[in-house]
Ligand binder design. Structure first.
Ligand code: AMP
Ligand code: ZN
Length: 144
Protein backbone atom coordinates (compact mmCIF):
# COMPACT_ATOMS: atom_id res chain seq x y z
CA UNK A 1 0.00 0.00 0.00
CA UNK A 2 1.72 3.15 -1.25
CA UNK A 3 -1.28 5.50 -0.94
CA UNK A 4 -0.41 8.48 1.24
CA UNK A 5 -2.67 9.70 4.01
CA UNK A 6 -4.60 12.88 3.32
CA UNK A 7 -4.61 12.55 -0.49
CA UNK A 8 -8.09 13.47 -1.65
CA UNK A 9 -9.72 12.99 -5.03
CA UNK A 10 -9.50 16.12 -7.19
CA UNK A 11 -12.75 17.72 -8.37
CA UNK A 12 -13.18 17.70 -12.16
CA UNK A 13 -10.55 14.98 -12.62
CA UNK A 14 -11.84 12.24 -14.90
CA UNK A 15 -9.36 9.66 -13.55
CA UNK A 16 -10.28 10.46 -9.90
CA UNK A 17 -13.90 9.82 -10.98
CA UNK A 18 -12.93 6.48 -12.53
CA UNK A 19 -10.93 5.53 -9.40
CA UNK A 20 -13.92 6.38 -7.15
CA UNK A 21 -16.33 4.55 -9.48
CA UNK A 22 -18.30 7.70 -10.38
CA UNK A 23 -17.44 7.17 -14.06
CA UNK A 24 -17.43 3.62 -15.48
CA UNK A 25 -14.31 2.10 -17.02
CA UNK A 26 -13.37 -1.28 -18.47
CA UNK A 27 -11.09 -2.32 -15.62
CA UNK A 28 -8.52 -5.05 -16.15
CA UNK A 29 -6.77 -4.83 -12.78
CA UNK A 30 -6.93 -3.01 -9.46
CA UNK A 31 -5.22 -3.10 -6.10
CA UNK A 32 -4.78 -0.72 -3.14
CA UNK A 33 -2.57 1.65 -5.12
CA UNK A 34 -3.58 1.58 -8.79
CA UNK A 35 -6.47 0.96 -11.15
CA UNK A 36 -5.84 -0.24 -14.72
CA UNK A 37 -8.48 0.04 -17.43
CA UNK A 38 -8.86 0.09 -21.21
CA UNK A 39 -8.26 3.44 -22.92
CA UNK A 40 -11.53 4.90 -24.25
CA UNK A 41 -9.82 5.90 -27.54
CA UNK A 42 -7.32 3.10 -28.09
CA UNK A 43 -4.32 3.81 -30.33
CA UNK A 44 -3.89 0.05 -30.87
CA UNK A 45 -5.86 -3.17 -30.21
CA UNK A 46 -4.45 -3.29 -26.68
CA UNK A 47 -4.29 0.07 -24.93
CA UNK A 48 -4.43 0.04 -21.14
CA UNK A 49 -3.93 2.90 -18.71
CA UNK A 50 -2.36 2.25 -15.30
CA UNK A 51 -3.57 4.98 -12.95
CA UNK A 52 -2.60 5.56 -9.31
CA UNK A 53 -5.54 5.98 -6.94
CA UNK A 54 -3.85 9.09 -5.56
CA UNK A 55 -4.30 12.30 -7.54
CA UNK A 56 -0.76 13.20 -8.64
CA UNK A 57 -0.81 15.56 -11.66
CA UNK A 58 2.36 14.54 -13.51
CA UNK A 59 5.48 12.39 -13.26
CA UNK A 60 7.32 15.55 -12.19
CA UNK A 61 5.25 15.56 -8.98
CA UNK A 62 6.36 12.09 -7.87
CA UNK A 63 8.96 12.43 -5.10
CA UNK A 64 12.41 11.03 -5.90
CA UNK A 65 12.74 7.37 -4.90
CA UNK A 66 8.99 6.95 -4.51
CA UNK A 67 7.97 3.30 -5.11
CA UNK A 68 4.78 4.27 -6.98
CA UNK A 69 6.19 4.35 -10.52
CA UNK A 70 7.97 1.02 -9.91
CA UNK A 71 4.66 -0.42 -8.80
CA UNK A 72 2.97 0.93 -11.95
CA UNK A 73 5.65 -0.87 -14.01
CA UNK A 74 5.09 -4.10 -12.02
CA UNK A 75 1.35 -3.85 -12.72
CA UNK A 76 1.99 -3.18 -16.44
CA UNK A 77 4.22 -6.30 -16.62
CA UNK A 78 1.55 -8.41 -14.93
CA UNK A 79 -1.16 -7.10 -17.29
CA UNK A 80 1.13 -7.80 -20.28
CA UNK A 81 1.62 -11.38 -19.08
CA UNK A 82 -2.14 -11.83 -18.49
CA UNK A 83 -2.99 -10.46 -21.95
CA UNK A 84 -0.30 -12.61 -23.62
CA UNK A 85 1.78 -9.70 -24.97
CA UNK A 86 4.77 -9.92 -22.60
CA UNK A 87 6.88 -11.88 -25.12
CA UNK A 88 5.58 -10.43 -28.39
CA UNK A 89 6.08 -6.92 -27.01
CA UNK A 90 4.38 -3.76 -25.92
CA UNK A 91 5.12 -0.12 -25.19
CA UNK A 92 5.06 1.28 -21.66
CA UNK A 93 5.22 5.06 -21.42
CA UNK A 94 4.16 8.13 -19.48
CA UNK A 95 3.37 11.42 -21.23
CA UNK A 96 4.55 14.40 -19.18
CA UNK A 97 3.00 17.87 -19.52
CA UNK A 98 1.55 19.50 -22.64
CA UNK A 99 4.51 19.17 -24.99
CA UNK A 100 4.99 15.61 -23.78
CA UNK A 101 1.48 14.81 -25.02
CA UNK A 102 -0.23 14.73 -21.61
CA UNK A 103 -3.92 15.55 -21.87
CA UNK A 104 -5.20 14.28 -18.52
CA UNK A 105 -3.35 15.71 -15.56
CA UNK A 106 -3.65 12.73 -13.26
CA UNK A 107 -0.51 10.58 -13.56
CA UNK A 108 -0.98 7.48 -15.74
CA UNK A 109 1.11 5.04 -17.72
CA UNK A 110 0.11 3.67 -21.13
CA UNK A 111 0.50 -0.02 -22.05
CA UNK A 112 0.10 -0.31 -25.82
CA UNK A 113 0.41 -3.37 -28.05
CA UNK A 114 -0.68 -4.59 -31.43
CA UNK A 115 -1.16 -2.67 -34.64
CA UNK A 116 -0.44 0.98 -34.00
CA UNK A 117 -0.81 3.48 -36.85
CA UNK A 118 1.84 5.85 -35.44
CA UNK A 119 4.48 3.15 -35.09
CA UNK A 120 3.54 1.70 -38.51
CA UNK A 121 4.21 5.04 -40.25
CA UNK A 122 7.48 5.59 -38.34
CA UNK A 123 8.73 2.11 -39.34
CA UNK A 124 7.64 2.38 -42.99
CA UNK A 125 9.20 5.88 -43.12
CA UNK A 126 12.52 4.54 -41.84
CA UNK A 127 12.41 1.54 -44.23
CA UNK A 128 11.62 3.81 -47.21
CA UNK A 129 14.46 6.15 -46.29
CA UNK A 130 16.98 3.25 -46.06
CA UNK A 131 15.81 1.88 -49.43
CA UNK A 132 16.03 5.32 -51.02
CA UNK A 133 19.61 5.85 -49.77
CA UNK A 134 20.59 2.39 -51.12
CA UNK A 135 19.09 3.18 -54.53
CA UNK A 136 20.86 6.56 -54.64
CA UNK A 137 24.11 4.79 -53.73
CA UNK A 138 23.66 2.28 -56.58
CA UNK A 139 22.93 5.03 -59.13
CA UNK A 140 25.83 7.23 -58.06
CA UNK A 141 28.23 4.23 -58.30
CA UNK A 142 26.85 3.48 -61.78
CA UNK A 143 27.66 7.05 -62.88
CA UNK A 144 31.32 6.80 -61.90
P1 AMP B 1 -2.48 11.32 -22.07
O1 AMP B 1 -2.43 11.95 -23.43
O2 AMP B 1 -1.19 10.62 -21.72
O3 AMP B 1 -2.92 12.30 -21.00
O4 AMP B 1 -3.55 10.17 -22.16
C1 AMP B 1 -4.88 10.31 -21.76
C2 AMP B 1 -5.60 9.09 -22.27
O5 AMP B 1 -6.81 8.95 -21.54
C3 AMP B 1 -5.97 9.17 -23.75
O6 AMP B 1 -5.37 8.06 -24.43
C4 AMP B 1 -7.49 9.06 -23.74
O7 AMP B 1 -7.99 8.31 -24.82
C5 AMP B 1 -7.78 8.40 -22.41
N1 AMP B 1 -9.09 8.67 -21.82
C6 AMP B 1 -9.71 9.86 -21.70
N2 AMP B 1 -10.89 9.71 -21.07
C7 AMP B 1 -11.01 8.39 -20.78
C8 AMP B 1 -12.01 7.61 -20.13
N3 AMP B 1 -13.13 8.14 -19.63
N4 AMP B 1 -11.81 6.27 -20.03
C9 AMP B 1 -10.68 5.71 -20.53
N5 AMP B 1 -9.71 6.40 -21.14
C10 AMP B 1 -9.86 7.73 -21.28
ZN1 ZN C 1 -7.26 12.85 -10.34
Amino acid sequence: MILREGTLPMADCIFCDIVSGKIPARKVFEDDDVVAFRDANPAAPIHILVVPRTHIPTLNDVPEGDPLVCHMADVARKIARDLGIAESGYRFFINVNREGGQVIFHLHAHVVAGYDVGTFFIHTGIAASILWRKLLGLFSRGEG
